[in-house]
Design a protein around this ligand. Sequence first.
Ligand SMILES: [Zn+2]
Length: 230
Amino acid sequence: MRFTFFNDFLALVFPQTCAVCRSSLFDFEELVCRSCQVQLPTTTYHQRPNNNDLAIKIMGLTQVGRVMAFLRYTKKGVSQQLLHQLKYRNQPEMGVLLGKMYGEELVRSGYKDIWDGIFAIPLHPAKQKRRGYNQSMMFAEGLSDALGSPVHDSLVRTKFTSTQTNKSRMERIANVENVFSLVSAADVRDKKLLLVDDVMTTGATLAVAANVLLAAGAAQVDLAVIAAGK
Ligand SMILES: [Zn+2]
């Protein structure tokens, strides 16, 4: 790399620290130190993708296949800390890292080559412009690196929704209805897809988006999120 010397100099003056424990990172470590990486509060949902709290929660809203989450969401815990860095501290690379880590775990569990494509829940263009990136798309990119399935961006958000917080389950579903549309069905028809988002709480957003893909002829839609909400 051209700026290696400069990067080394920067690292000397401003050492990169772990996003979780704040200890200095070694050169071979990226964003989260090895010791924190092995201690992440992971779920085992991919080992029982049809029988876990998220799968049960979304049942009845949509006909998806597997429902999986990388991390358990704990308020003020590690997953919240990482998601905060990803969403509000301008760290798109955190999403890529989490996607890579989860993708590698999925490959170890036999999930290689089962998806034809990966879709991320889109942000409204105005919101994406403000943030500079879509955190869920970053997660999708990391998963794609590990799984070898391409990421598609033909699912778009057409309506700006008010915040989902403090809304009942039915209100949340009404709030996101007709929010998504597909620019092209070519990447969807007869394909096995993985649809991803950052957090799943009620599942309303993911269910509505999954239904758009299913209505366009997807053979199967599986879901994966960075963290399972309450
Ligand atoms: Zn650490």
